[in-house]
Ligand binder design. Structure first.
Ligand code: XUL
Ligand code: CO
Length: 486
């Protein structure tokens, strides 16, 4: 007896026929001349046993002297910094869209990434196989989280209900893989910008039906994020903005955006989703002017529409720089309002004016991020999501590992440097000293609201002139920072 599969496809007409699973040799030879044998093991189980990255073993910490390109030099997940493990501090996430859907296409040419597991279709079967790929990658990399858009993980169908069914089928496998590996969902989000229906935006569309469709899509995505135990949910206003104001009712669009967020808050409460809501600012691209321009614009918007209790911000480096800010500025601004929730880690290019989403490797950048993050005692339940893509020229699967290892090491080193600077109190000392005139005397009276314009005038009339200014020591401070960056 030969135990083969029990599903056969007749070669003549491709009809699928079921047979008993164990056949004797004679019958098997007869059948195989007329039928193609489809193995009985479900595709999903076969693929668990199969490796999509056969040349890569689990990435391990080998220390700063390691020359192994597939090892961490600084990210040592169990190492304790300021009383917490690096894993808890950094809460790294891999993003599904760039890492598992990005093929390297740009306006000048199609994608050229080599992804041997892709079959060129956008089928549910392919989506499920891709989940296995993603989780093998996550497991080998040792990233504790991932993030996705609904449309990254499952294809759209012909109708909303078919699309939702596709999503459910893939979510089942995502859940299975989360349980198998222990990898968790940092955040889910709905793609409200790729489909042509969103040409005028989603919540800010001039077409009310599109608002309704977007609401239905976010409702489903919230349910799915909850089902997968997501600890945050992100709103990036893909096409919520305008190209010109001649055809735009600014007030009406912003009112609609706020209505949309209030509806999301209501539904979140209704289903008992406890994840943190996050808005991700970006000033431009794809629209000329995006409504969630930068941290300041989002904080003002949330305040105006009574939404500050329900949202925090997800700050992305390349979005900060597109807005003419540094990442540190955006982080510090959100943090001072108690609204820094999570970060999308990447970087732009000094010479390019668009959202290049490169992997962060600049130690000054990661140190600055970690100074602010440590300053507010961490990001949890948020984390550090690599919203970053390998360059088109880096088209092999191994490049995905190099990119993430580099980003994780850059942040781990930034964390260690920031912690050393904090332990030595170098910057806190500088700031304390610089503002010392506010700790007593007239400064303390202004801060405690004891002095008004009249008292301030008589104080100054009596004194004659302000106390002399002290040098800001800008260059000295930059030199001190340089002492820590190694
Ligand atoms: C776009 C961007 C998005 C969001 C999620 O620039 O950053 O990928 O992070 O929608
Ligand atoms: Co992002």
């Amino acid at each position: 007896m030969i135990a083969y599969g029990n599903v056969f496809k007749r070669k003549a007409d491709n009809a699928v026929v079921l047979f008993q699973s164990s056949l004797d040799t004679g019958l098997f030879l007869f059948l195989s001349s007329k039928f193609t044998i489809i193995p009985a093991i479900p595709v999903s189980r076969r693929e668990v046993a199969m490796s999509f990255f056969p040349d890569v073993a689990k990435i391990r910490y080998e220390g700063p002297d390691s020359k192994n390109p597939l090892a961490f030099r600084h990210y040592n997940e169990a190492e304790i910094v300021e009383g917490k493990s690096m894993k808890e501090h950094l809460r790294f996430a891999v993003c599904y869209w760039h890492t598992f859907r990005g093929m390297g296409g740009d306006p000048f040419g199609p994608g050229c990434a080599v992804r041997p597991w892709e079959d060129g279709t956008d089928s549910v079967e392919m989506a499920i196989r891709r989940v296995r790929v993603a989780f093998e990658f996550l497991e080998k990399l040792g990233a504790p989280f991932y993030c996705f858009h609904d449309r990254d993980v499952a294809p759209e169908g012909k109708s909303l209900s078919e699309t939702n069914r596709n999503l459910d089928a893939v979510v089942k496998v995502l859940k299975e893989e989360q349980q198998r590996t222990g990898v968790k969902l940092l955040w889910g989000t709905a793609n409200l910008f790729s489909n042509p229906r969103y040409v005028h935006g989603a919540a800010t569309s001039c077409n009310a039906d599109v608002f309704a469709y977007a609401a239905a899509q976010v409702k489903k995505c919230l349910e799915v994020t909850k089902e997968l135990g997501g600890v945050n949910y992100v709103f990036w206003g893909g096409r919520e903005g305008y190209t010109n104001l001649y055809n735009t009712d600014l007030k009406r669009e912003l009112d609609h955006l706020a209505r949309f967020f209030h509806l999301a808050v209501e539904y979140k409460k209704k289903i008992g989703f406890t994840g943190q809501f996050l808005i991700e600012p970006k000033p431009k691209e794809p629209t000329t002017h995006q409504y969630d321009f930068d941290a300041a614009a989002v904080v003002a918007f949330l305040r105006s529409y009574g939404l500050t209790d329900h949202f925090k911000l997800n700050i992305e480096t390349n979005h900060a720089t597109l807005a003419g800010h540094t990442m540190m500025h955006e982080l510090a601004y959100a943090s001072m309002h108690g609204l820094l929730g999570s970060i999308d880690a990447n970087r732009g290019d000094l010479l390019l004016g668009w959202d290049t989403d490169q992997f962060p490797t600049d130690i000054y950048l990661t140190t600055q991020c970690m100074l602010v993050i440590l300053g507010q005692n961490g990001l949890a339940p948020g984390g550090v999501n690599f919203d970053a893509k390998v360059r088109r020229e880096s088209f092999e699967p191994i490049d995905l590992f190099h990119a993430h290892i580099g980003g994780m090491d850059a942040f781990a080193l930034g964390l260690k440097i920031a912690a050393r600077m904090r332990a030595d109190g170098v910057l806190s000392g500088v700031i304390k000293e610089r503002y010392s005139s506010w700790d007593s005397g007239i400064g303390a009276e202004i801060e405690s609201r004891k002095a008004g314009f009249e008292q301030l005038e008589s104080y100054m009339l009596q004194k004659g002139d302000a106390a002399r200014n002290v040098s800001g020591r800008q260059e000295l401070i930059e030199n001190i920072v340089n002492r820590y960056i190694q």
